[in-house]
Design a protein around this ligand. Structure first.
Ligand SMILES: [Ca+2]
Length: 275
């Protein structure tokens, strides 16, 4: 007896898992119909996108052009300002050069004035000598008649020495030249002394060595005025190493005020005599 195996399943249906042939051909036909529209839509979208990008790019380029244009204008303004500043500098240079020339002219004029002042003093001295001769040596000559190298102030003549002497030798030098160490009484005379002493030390005719009290060289008492002394002076200091005694003689300090000092110290000195 033969047993036959029978399979009633259709061979084609068993191996073919996809859709039926009729369905696939329908989809293909649909795709073929839609393809032009899809392509056109894609091109349209691409065109729109490119157009938008181009628009943005154009806008950016325009902004950059504007920026470059603004920078060019700014550079032009800076160049103009620089040129103006250079012109101002040139004008300033010219002004400084002119001012220098004027200062040189003024300096020359001052030198000539100084020369004239010296000549004037020489003439005054010569006039003084002539008047003395005319008056047979009489001292009653005109006001302001001072010897050469002496300065006239008020009704007196003053000699600011350049040499250095002790107070006593300075006193004797002044006495030998028909004068005395300066006796300063008025505020105007103090101002004159301060102005003319030019920051140097000068002996004046003030001492306390004779009586222990301050007096002028003509032995008139000195009325103490602290305003005319440096702070803390007179201090009769003794540790100066110049021998015995303390500071008995007065001199004008660099600030125009008085200080007491050992009389043997060698300083410049100021003589005074009536004109
Ligand atoms: Ca002193």
């Amino acid at each position: 007896m033969t047993t036959e195996y029978h399979d009633d399943v259709d061979d084609n249906s068993f191996w073919n898992k996809g859709p039926p042939l009729s369905a696939r051909s329908g989809v293909s036909r649909l795709i073929r119909r839609l393809f032009p529209f899809l392509t056109a839509a894609a091109i349209l979208i691409l065109g729109i996108a490119l157009g938008a990008s181009y628009s943005r790019l154009t806008s950016r380029l325009w902004s950059v052009e504007q920026s470059v244009s603004n920078m060019s204008q700014s550079l032009s303004s800076v160049e103009k300002l620089t040129a103006d500043a250079a012109k101002d500098v040139e004008r300033l240079k010219f002004g400084v050069a002119s001012a220098k020339d004027e200062l040189r002219s003024t300096s020359e004029a001052l030198k000539q004035l100084a020369t004239l002042d010296t000549i004037s003093r020489v003439v005054a001295s010569l006039q003084c000598s002539v008047e003395r001769i005319i008056n047979n040596g009489s001292r009653s000559v005109g006001s302001g008649c001072c010897p050469l190298d002496w300065q006239s102030f008020g009704s007196n003549c003053y000699f600011f020495s350049r040499s250095l002497l002790s107070w006593h030798n300075a006193r004797d030098w002044c006495n030998g030249h028909e004068s005395h160490l300066a006796i300063i009484l008025t505020d105007e005379e103090w101002d004159f002394l301060k102005r003319e002493s030019l920051g140097a030390f000068f002996w004046v005719g003030l001492s306390d060595e004779r009586t222990g009290s301050w007096e002028w060289v003509n032995r008139t008492p000195y009325v103490m005025n602290r305003r005319h002394w440096r702070p803390g002076q007179p201090d009769s200091w003794t540790h100066h190493g110049l021998g015995g005694g303390d500071e008995d003689c007065a001199h004008v300090h660099t600030d125009g005020r008085l200080n007491d000092l050992h009389c043997s110290s060698r300083l410049r000195f100021l003589c005074q005599k009536h004109a």
